[in-house]
Design a protein around this ligand. Structure first.
Ligand code: AMP
Ligand code: MN
Ligand code: MN
Ligand code: MN
Length: 276
């Protein structure tokens, strides 16, 4: 059986490894099909594709798109997109454009609780001048000894309701999905277990996602417990969504699952790759 990992990050967003290092690591770990899904960014795909040439690994051009739905931040993995599509590239550029001002607001919010120099500090962890993320702040706060690891920073400072969290408007669901579909991509709802949604809100989200052309849902993800895997397998069956799987790997020491560390999909699901 082929081994799929359809969610991971490189230095073109908030990962720690370059696209070629990600591809080499995935190939060495037995991954057959890998999607590089940098946040709101396509620039790493060319390097990943070049690294995959001459190996047995198939690289799927992809991205993870930040969306605001109601008052929640939702991530949509866009698989098999055409990286040359200008509608998608322009849309992602719009999303990224808001990140600098947001980072300054995060730094101000942290300053208000006595953490100084976070903007400059986060910048030292930024690996692409095109994109600053909360993860870069998290790495700085760990360096400062304010928290023990990145997860701890999110729990105490960077999640909704915590002192360093600032609200932000990402793309609208309809816009994001229209860009993805224009680029020939398959929209997949990323790590649904991460969102703090009631059952009725989850149903509304999936209905809207489906209405705009969303076709898949991540069932296997490092963000999911065993109970959530079962829950979202049920959701996939009930709503006729195809199932996807991804480690959401960000780099050595930061991720619960390494590249390709995924069990087979639960029975009775149609994999997103069924017609690839
Ligand atoms: P941003 O797009 O700047 O809001 O950053 C989102 C990123 O922060 C995610 O892609 C994860 O890499 C990271 N993140 C969010 N929540 C957590 C968490 N609870 N623990 C560890 N990393 C997280
Ligand atoms: Mn990330
Ligand atoms: Mn995500
Ligand atoms: Mn991700």
């Amino acid at each position: 059986m082929r081994r799929y990992d359809l969610h991971c990050h490189s230095t073109y967003s908030d990962g720690l490894l370059s696209p070629s290092a990600v591809v080499e690591r995935a190939a060495a770990r037995g991954v057959d099909v890998l999607a590089l899904t940098d946040h709101d960014e396509l620039s790493g795909i060319a390097e990943a594709q070049a690294a995959a040439r001459g190996t047995s690994l198939t690289l799927v051009p992809a991205a993870e798109v930040s969306v605001t739905w109601e008052d929640h931040t939702i991530h949509v993995v866009a698989l098999r997109i055409d990286p040359g599509n200008t509608l998608l590239a322009d849309g992602l550029e719009q999303i990224r454009a808001g990140r600098d001002a947001r980072a300054r607001r995060i730094a101000q919010a942290l300053e208000a609780v006595g953490i100084r120099g976070a903007f400059q500090g986060a910048l030292r962890y930024v690996t692409s001048e095109r994109l600053i993320s909360r993860t870069h702040f998290a790495r700085f706060l760990v360096e400062e000894g304010i928290a023990s690891d990145v997860k701890d920073v999110f729990k105490r400072y960077l999640s909704p309701g915590k002192p360093g969290y600032v609200a932000h408007a990402w793309a609208q669901m309809g816009d994001a999905l229209s860009w993805i579909r224009a680029a020939g991509g398959q929209p997949v709802l990323a790590h649904p277990g991460r969102y703090k949604l009631t059952q009725t809100a989850l149903k509304r989200l999936i209905a809207e996602f489906h209405m705009h052309g969303g076709i898949g849902i991540e069932v296997l993800s490092s963000a999911h417990t065993a109970a959530q895997v079962a829950e979202f397998a049920g959701v996939a069956r009930a709503f006729g969504l195809r199932a996807s799987c991804g480690s959401d790997y960000h780099g050595p020491g930061e991720s619960r699952l390494d590249l390709g560390d995924l069990p087979p999909l639960p029975a009775g699901l149609t994999p997103i790759w069924d017609d690839w």
